[in-house]
Design a protein around this ligand. Structure first.
Ligand code: GLN
Length: 538
């Protein structure tokens, strides 16, 4: 139960996109939780897609998956990594989902013959979605981040909805606006005008921000802060400087120094009588910033040009590196560039390689060539989802001698469908939200490498895929030395494979990266990096 009726904090952005609203929201959430409050963070996305699940990663970066199987914006990953608590479908709402609900209601006749309009019907649905989390009674604070930039046509219904909510919630709501204070090298000056204009745009929509967080490459200094305060009707101490940080994990500390948590409490009429406790967080930062060794690992995938496509994987590697006091450099390699002839050269010097999740056959040959090289040369291999499926295909082709073994995703007519779709998936026509999604239980085989790594028998991990290890090949593969060491007890589906005679060769059908957080780095990533450092010392 929350300590008091839920307080709502709305975070908007102005001037440009990519100012880091997600990180600021997560950092504020971190500071408030470290004072003992319960906090959750929600993202409102202004696009028409019902969820980002059907979007190409080049469009929107990684699709993050929650325990309850929601396919969400990657910012939810930051919320979980910072707050160390699970989010759910309710934490991510898109315009598509809002309209879908309103239109379904209209079809059912719920509006009793009224004309259905943006105001009040769409805005009411937005307000309902924002308050859903608060109504659970679990949270002292709900931080709601509004995607996009103020002034965007798409964001207008959201801005209007939170304007109304602020009045309805009276002293229980607060606005934080993120802006940019650019430095003009030619003038040698920081410029506040874009911030002033962006606040004006908010004022036109009826919203007076309570706190301004100003993203900047140079310290603002008290003159600039005073100027921003004066022109934008905020208190001087409510102008918060947000300097570029060397790592996103430093931002909570920078925000604490600037007093963001204190001013939030003050503006919401709460007493500042709790202490920020960040010992574990600071320990993580110290480890991260003072590594004892450095290694380079490879990440072989198909979306390597846009690293946001593998956001949770890169963050999980950072968490695991800090845990091992090791700086881990990641060499991003395009799967299409690798083949059996050049694999040794392309992968030279790498102490371990992660083969990434993905869809479709582009780069499959390269993934298989990579895995063959790692397997034959005892280099640590970590396969995630399609990476695990590729390992099964490689083993079937090269060890079992099943030439042309494949996944039916890549070759519908393959003679040896070692990876195949389950019958219940075959009936599904719609693409959105129809994969095996969310948290599934998995039983680990006794004495396996993974049972030692997890140090338990039953785990729960998140999934996002359609295809599975085909159990018809189970016996043959195991007899040849690739072991299925994690099985779903209900369905018998294989969730983990590992190799008997290899220092570290693990493939997982699920996505462990989604559950790695600063305070709980994922054991598989920690063990993989440890194995890579050992390989490095050989
Ligand atoms: N394309 C594969 C499947 O659908 C793997 C998906 C993934 O890597 N997330 O099963």
């Amino acid at each position: 139960m929350g300590k008091f009726p839920t307080k709502y904090i709305f975070v908007t952005g102005g001037v440009t996109s990519s100012l880091g609203k997600g990180i600021i929201s997560a950092s504020l959430g971190k500071l408030l939780t470290s004072r003992g409050y319960s906090v959750t963070i929600q993202k409102l996305d202004p696009y028409i897609n019902v969820d980002p699940g059907t979007m190409n990663p080049y469009e929107h970066g990684e699709c993050y998956v929650t325990d309850d199987g929601a396919e969400t914006d990657l910012d939810l990953g930051h919320y979980e990594r910072f707050l160390n608590h699970s989010t759910s479908q309710a934490n991510n709402v898109t315009t598509g989902r809002i309209y879908q609900t309103v239109i379904q209601k209209e079809r059912k006749g719920d509006y009793l013959g009224k004309t259905v309009q943006i105001i009040p019907h769409i805005t009411d649905e937005i307000k309902r979605r924002i308050q859903l989390l608060g109504e659970t009674g679990q949270f002292d604070f709900v931080i709601t981040e509004i995607g996009g930039t103020v002034g965007d046509i798409e964001a207008l219904p959201y801005i209007e909805a939170v304007r109304q909510l602020k009045w309805e919630l009276e002293n229980s709501a607060l606005f934080i606006h993120l802006t940019l204070v650019p430095y003009l090298a030619a003038a040698g000056e920081l410029k506040t005008k874009p911030t002033q204009h962006s606040v004006k745009t908010l004022l036109e929509a009826g919203i007076q921000p309570d706190i301004l967080v100003c993203r900047t490459e140079h310290h603002l200094g008290s003159d600039i802060k005073r100027k921003v305060a004066r022109f934008c009707n905020v208190e001087r101490e409510a102008v918060i400087e947000s300097m570029d940080a060397s790592t996103i994990y430093e931002v909570p500390l920078l925000m604490q120094k600037e007093g963001l948590d204190k001013i939030v409490l003050k503006k919401l009429g709460l007493e500042d009588n709790t202490e920020v406790k960040l010992e574990k967080w600071n320990k993580f930062l110290t480890n991260l910033q003072n590594p004892k060794q450095e290694i380079t690992i490879g990440l072989v995938g198909k979306y390597v040009e846009l690293q946001d496509a593998y956001k949770s994987i890169s963050e999980a590697i950072i968490h695991a590196g800090a845990k091992n006091s090791c700086k881990v450099k990641v060499n991003w390699i395009h799967a299409e560039e690798i083949n059996n002839t050049n694999a040794a050269e392309k992968l030279a010097g790498l102490k371990g390689v992660l083969v990434a999740p993905g869809f479709g056959d582009r780069g499959m040959e390269g993934k298989i060539a990579t895995i063959k090289h790692l397997r034959e040369n005892n280099i640590p291999f970590f396969g995630i989802c399609l990476g695990m499926q590729s390992a099964v295909i490689e083993y079937s082709q090269n060890v079992l001698g099943l030439k042309d073994a494949n996944s039916t995703e890549m070759d519908l007519k393959t003679k040896y469908p070692v990876i195949d779709m389950m019958d219940d998936q075959k009936k599904i026509i719609n693409k959105g939200g129809t994969m095996r999604l969310g948290s599934w239980e998995c039983k680990l085989k006794k004495n396996s490498l993974v049972s030692k790594i997890y140090n338990c028998d039953i785990i729960h991990e998140r999934h996002r895929h359609r295809y599975e290890f085909n159990s018809e090949y189970f016996k043959d593969i195991e007899e040849n030395g690739m072991l299925a060491t994690g099985i779903n007890s209900d369905t018998g589906l294989v969730e983990i494979i590992e190799l008997k005679n290899h220092p570290w060769f693990v493939g997982v059908q699920f996505h462990p990266e989604y559950k790695s957080t600063v305070l709980s780095p994922h054991p598989l990533f920690v063990s993989f990096i440890a194995a890579a450092t050992k390989h490095s010392n050989n």
